[in-house]
Design a protein around this ligand. Structure first.
Ligand code: FAD
Length: 324
């Protein structure tokens, strides 16, 4: 019988691809317009802008092998940005020469590749689940989507917790999993400038309301005009979570001026609030979770230390546990 996967981010896609390869029948649901989740670049008239994941690295042998395959098919490319660090008011070049990858032509390309030939239903927000002891029923806006022998949730922690309310009391493991917050928020702001303004492509920012800056045009496939992406720190983002986009855009221009030491003339600004962005450092790593009594699996970056690579590993691990 069919396995349902909720979430077409890299974790859900990795899980779906591994299960399909083993001969299982899989259907993936996502509330978004297309697959990618937090790896989705925004399509604009000027080209793609990366507002979420900025790049990914490969530290494990398994993910390195996967990245090699994607490199061979031009699904991803290396990104050799000129990196800097801003700390204590000083801007200096970064000695970090880690190999970094980006999707081509947009960040979500690896997710789309993994889901090639897999039944994917987008624009479909699952808002209700029912478990009868053997099968899962999924619903979207009151419409039943079918009966499934196993259910995989590959969505952020806080969204998984909401969906799993009907079965939370049936598993102590689930209760403890949701006791602490795994994912912290991030305000992202893209600022278009009239002309190049710094001799760097990206800046790791420390001890400041911002945490990261990147020049979109330094990435192959992205918008070629002078667009800079800013990420605010988790602390700033949490404190200003409900602020208006006007206030956040204003703060972004001020912060960019501070870091560059130059007046900024923003041509356009675009703000995006990620409520669930990156892993809280202290959240415990579990890899993936499979609860056979509930025919339920959970995967995602939040269970495995954050980041694209760990989300992929979590999805692959869950597929292995489901089929043991
Ligand atoms: C601002 C930001 C910067 C980042 N920078 C980096 C970086 O530089 N390097 C790096 O490695 N990682 C980075 N990350 C983290 C990286 O993006 C994530 O670790 C990874 O993409 C998570 O993948 P996932 O599949 O676990 O979850 P997601 O990508 O969040 O996928 C979950 C999917 O589930 C869908 N969904 C949720 N609820 C439902 C529902 N009820 N019904 C149907 N669908 C649903 C969502 O639409 C989404 O597509 C960043 C993230 C953010 C937000």
């Amino acid at each position: 019988m069919t396995i349902a996967i909720i979430g077409a981010g890299i974790a859900g896609a990795a899980c779906a691809a591994a299960l399909t390869q083993q001969g299982h029948d899989v259907v993936v649901f996502d509330k978004g317009r297309s697959a990618g989740g937090r790896m989705s670049s925004k399509r604009t008239e000027q080209g793609y802008l990366d507002l979420g994941a900025q790049y990914f690295t490969a530290r494990s042998d398994a993910f390195r092998a996967q990245c090699d395959k994607w490199l061979q098919t031009d699904t991803i490319s290396r990104w050799n940005g000129r990196l800097a660090v801003f700390d204590g008011g000083n801007l200096m070049p970064s000695p970090d020469n880690t190999e970094r990858y980006i999707g081509q032509p947009a960040m979500q390309a690896p997710v789309v590749q993994l889901l090639n030939n897999i039944h994917l239903q987008c624009n479909c927000q699952i808002d209700q689940l029912q478990f009868d002891g053997k099968y899962w029923q999924l619903f979207s806006k009151g419409i039943a989507l079918g009966s499934f022998s196993q259910l995989v949730l590959a969505i952020p922690q806080q969204q998984a917790q909401q969906l799993l309310q009907p079965v939370l009391t049936q598993s102590a493991r689930l209760t403890t999993l949701f006791a602490a917050t795994a994912l912290l928020p991030c305000w992202a702001v893209n600022i278009q400038l009239e002309q190049p303004f710094l001799p760097y492509d990206a800046i790791f920012v420390k001890n400041h309301p911002l945490s990261w800056l990147a020049r979109q045009a330094s990435k192959p496939g992205r918008c070629s005009a002078e667009h800079w992406l800013l990420h605010f720190s988790p602390a700033f983002s949490a404190q200003h979570l409900e602020a208006s986009t006007e206030v956040i855009a204003e703060q972004a221009v001020i912060a960019l001026q501070q870091i560059s030491g130059q007046p900024i003339n923003a041509v356009t600004t675009l703000c995006h609030r990620w409520r669930y962005a990156q892993q809280a450092a202290e959240f415990p790593v579990a890899g993936a979770i499979y609860l056979p009594a509930l025919a339920l699996g959970l995967a995602g970056d939040w269970l495995n230390g954050g980041r694209v690579e760990n989300a992929w590993l979590s999805g692959v691990q869950l597929a292995e546990e489901l089929t043991l």
